[in-house]
Design a protein around this ligand. Structure first.
Ligand code: NAD
Length: 248
């Protein structure tokens, strides 16, 4: 068990990559504190984890609201006594539009959840981890945190922002025992891709040299390593997990 005795906060945990991460972290012995705006699926996931002998709790929280991020950390500590690991995973895709037509409201929404939400998370997770003198923060970026993608400007800008924010936090806190890294999944089969049309989805398979899209559980495996003591020298980095997408 790689994460035995650790307490992990996972945002956007009710679906997709967050859900797989919650299940795998619990299997690896972590107590998982799950947050999401989707209360029904979040609570169902807690029951599933508890039924298989794990420890979990859920709080309805919106990562675009700083007070929700503050409350998430406070409640996680109240429930499980400390905070060792945070996976800032909540995110949305946003509309598919070129920059010259992109709605201002849509831009603001994507940036507030996908970028400001990661900052709000770390803003409250870091002081809690400093009290332990250790911690591992995993910020979920994307391959689109390092390359562009047509018609997804807000998403691409937010994910590039997450990579930069991660580097800055790592410079500030690595010597204080908190490792901060970002991860760049390529296209992963989750409900997030529901907004993309079928033709684009089949084209996407072809741009992954491995010949398929990724699975959420394959991404969660990297998170386990980054969260564990095995990754003790890993900080300030961006880890693609992408079936070869960025090798082209
Ligand atoms: P998903 O849609 O399956 O899950 C995202 C979860 O985030 C949902 O449960 C949703 O309710 C929650 N959420 C949305 N807005 C929220 C908010 N404001 N506050 C709290 N929770 C909120 O998507 P996923 O594919 O599992 O995505 C997880 C992360 O991985 C996202 O940051 C996404 O950008 C990133 N990512 C996904 C892919 C992919 O292809 N699926 C690729 C690279 C990166």
């Amino acid at each position: 068990m790689e994460l035995k005795g650790k307490v992990a906060l996972i945002t956007g945990a009710a679906s997709g990559i967050g859900e797989s991460t919650a299940l795998l972290f619990a299997k690896e012995g972590a107590k998982v504190f799950l947050t999401d705006i989707n209360e029904k699926d979040g609570k169902a996931l807690v029951e599933k984890i508890e039924a298989s002998g794990g420890e979990a709790a859920f709080l309805k929280a919106d990562t675009s609201q700083p007070e929700d991020s503050e409350k998430s950390v406070a409640e996680a500590i109240k429930k499980f006594g400390k905070l060792d690991i945070a996976v800032n995973n909540a995110g949305i895709g946003g509309p598919q539009k070129p920059v010259g037509e992109y709605e201002i409201d849509a831009w603001d929404k994507v940036i507030s959840i996908n970028l400001s939400g990661v900052f709000y998370g770390m803003r409250y997770q870091i002081p809690a981890m400093l009290k332990n003198g250790s911690g591992s923060i995993i910020n979920v970026a994307s391959i689109l945190g390092s390359v562009g993608f047509a018609n997804s400007a807000a998403y691409v800008a937010a994910k590039h922002g997450v990579v930069g924010l991660t580097k800055s936090a790592a410079l500030e806190y690595s010597a204080k025992g908190i490792r901060v890294n970002s991860v760049g999944p390529a296209f992963i089969k989750t409900p997030l891709l529901k907004g993309l049309d079928e033709e684009l989805l089949s084209q996407l398979v072809n741009v992954h040299p491995i010949g398929r899209l990724g699975g959420a559980d394959e991404v969660a495996q990297l998170f386990v390593w980054l969260a564990s003591e095995r990754a003790s020298f890993a900080t300030g980095a961006y880890y693609p997990i992408d079936g070869g997408y960025l090798a082209q």
